[in-house]
Design a protein around this ligand. Structure first.
Ligand SMILES: [Zn+2]
Length: 283
């Protein structure tokens, strides 16, 4: 805890220094990503570690081209964070700013298909993970990792990736029992059984992905059904709405039980989005 405290203080001091002296190279980005020894930027008031590019690119790009990809990756994260900040309710966003760090690096992993493709194919990953604490402490933190600048820039067209990962962070850090929350799990089991049964959607893979994807559908849009809040069941809208209160109000939520109703009835009980929750006008 003590070490951790120092870390926070150190970060704060550095943060102040950046704010005071750092160059602003991109809108909403504080800090110069090309400054020597630069460790992190502040984007939309989130702390974002951006590591240097690795020498010796597998595609034969020059260092300048790799740096360009890194800058484009920063720009893309900035746009996605801006989107997430504009659609999510403000109090949870402020909570997340204090508990989530972003970590971007140029680690491109082998896809395992090199021989088939006849060339080096490398890929990246975007994922949320709880930050391990040394002392078993009171205050959990989380990290959103974005690996492989080239992959993030070229292979991830969906604009709600950061929003999706922030939903994992919110569930882990703020819902009772975090990623194992009982109500989310119960509602997932029922939804998987009863909703959109003719389609295979990513949210059906686990309760955790269910929560993240429903968050995206409700506040923005998801790549697969239900796409937006228009096609969400009333119960799932209520779940997302209550879960994103600060503090969350899931004690008021009763998961769906019993046999599956006719699917056309499911969207007739809307938990209308509060006007605080912003609009959907994003590209
Ligand atoms: Zn996910």
């Amino acid at each position: 805890m003590k070490n951790f405290g120092y870390l926070i203080v150190a970060c704060f001091v550095l943060s102040f220094t950046c704010t005071a002296f750092g160059e602003i190279v991109l809108p909403n980005v504080v800090g110069d990503p090309y400054e020597d020894d630069r460790e992190y930027l502040t984007i939309e008031e989130f702390k974002v570690y951006v590591l240097p590019v690795q020498q010796g690119d597998f595609r034969g790009l020059t260092l300048a081209q790799l740096e360009d990809e890194r800058l484009r990756a920063i720009r893309k994260v900035t746009a996605q964070l801006k989107l997430a900040v504009s659609v999510l309710p403000p109090d949870p966003i402020n909570e997340l700013r204090t508990r989530v760090v972003f970590h971007m690096d140029d680690t491109c992993e082998s896809s395992g298909n090199e021989e088939i493709a006849g060339k080096n194919v490398k890929t990246g990953k975007v994922y949320y993970s709880p930050l391990a604490s040394k002392n078993g402490i009171d205050r959990k933190l989380g990290q959103i990792s974005i690996r492989c600048y080239s992959s993030f820039v070229h292979e991830f067209p969906y604009k709600g990736i950061v929003l999706h990962e922030l939903a994992h962070a919110w569930q882990d850090l703020f819902l009772p029992n975090g990623l194992k929350n009982n109500k989310v799990k119960a509602q997932f089991e029922w939804s998987k059984e009863c909703l959109h049964t003719q389609t295979s959607s990513y949210w059906k893979t686990s309760a955790v992905e269910f929560f993240a994807e429903m968050t995206c559908s409700y506040f923005f849009r998801s790549k697969q059904v239900p796409y937006t809040d228009m096609l969400m069941s009333g119960k799932n809208k209520t779940l997302v709405y209550l879960a994103w209160q600060d503090p969350p109000r899931l004690d008021e939520f009763t998961p769906s039980v019993g046999s599956c109703p006719n699917e056309t009835e499911l969207t007739s009980n809307p938990e209308t989005k509060s006007s605080n929750f912003a609009s959907h006008d994003h590209d």
